[in-house]
Design a protein around this ligand. Structure first.
Ligand code: PGA
Length: 251
């Protein structure tokens, strides 16, 4: 079974209302003829509604870059799943390595975000990835397995249709250093086997696993040609509509 591809743009802490709208509209124009793959934009929360408005009825999905597990309450600085939905979002990125490393989010906290987001009907893009040190120490598989097991703890099989995994080796994010297609495929195949073990084969076969880390127009084709790579989570290159458009139009 061929999974539908997903190209996601993570805008990180970039754009204010004017340039966010311009970028979203430019992406929507570039995507207007593309029907055989999904495109998702994850802008900062402050412009999420502007972006959702700009891409309304285009089929482009909009996501938050994080999500709290509660609907509302005393959670200063957090954004709830209900707020994301009300602003026009349908998804959230959770567990990005910048959240893990800079803001010290643990697997347990990330798991609460995953479960909470799912319980309100959001699609969740759960990011996992090893650091350079962990890879060099031969720990990559152990670290990834722990992140997936803990991140998905308590998530029911029925909710897995709304879960996307993003493999983002920390050493490849924003460094210009991409995992080779062989390195990425090896990890993606491992993650798919792990999902089959945690759930069942059919669920693993349906789960989309994205690659992220210095994805560019020059490496997207060979990455997407790998059997277990179903899409990309794109940072820097998603901030330029033309470059992002070339990634979306991968062969
Ligand atoms: P990058 O970021 O494409 O700029 O490496 C990817 C990400 O962090 O999601």
């Amino acid at each position: 079974m061929k999974r539908r591809s997903l190209i996601a743009g993570n805008w990180k802490m970039h754009t204010t209302a004017g340039d966010a709208r311009d970028l979203a509209l430019a992406v929507a124009t570039i995507c207007s003829d593309i029907k055989d793959r999904d495109v998702l934009l994850a802008p900062p929360f402050t412009v999420l509604a502007d972006v959702a408005d700009s891409v309304e009825n285009t089929g482009i999905l909009v996501a938050g870059q994080n999500v709290c597990w509660e609907e509302k309450g005393a959670f200063t600085g957090e954004i709830s799943p209900v707020m994301i939905k009300a602003a026009g979002g349908a998804a959230a990125i959770v567990g990005h390595s910048e959240r893990r490393q800079i803001f010290l989010e643990t697997d347990e906290l990330i798991n609460r975000r995953v479960s909470g987001g799912l319980s309100f009907g959001l699609t969740i893009i759960l990011c996992v990835g090893e650091t350079l040190e962990e890879r060099e120490d031969g720990e990559a598989f152990t670290v990834l397995e722990k992140q997936v097991r803990r991140g998905l703890a308590g998530v029911h099989a029925a909710d897995m249709a709304k879960v996307v995994i993003a493999y983002e080796p920390v050493w490849a994010i924003g460094t210009g250093r991409t995992a080779s297609k062989e390195q990425a495929q090896e990890i993606h195949a491992f993650l798919r086997r792990l999902i089959a073990e945690l759930y069942e084969k059919d669920i693993a076969a349906q789960t989309r696993i994205l690659y992220g880390g210095s994805v560019k127009p020059t490496n997207i084709d060979e990455l997407m040609a790998q059997p277990d790579i179903d899409g990309a989570l794109v940072g820097g290159a998603a901030l330029d509509a033309e470059i992002f458009g070339r990634i979306i139009a991968f062969k």
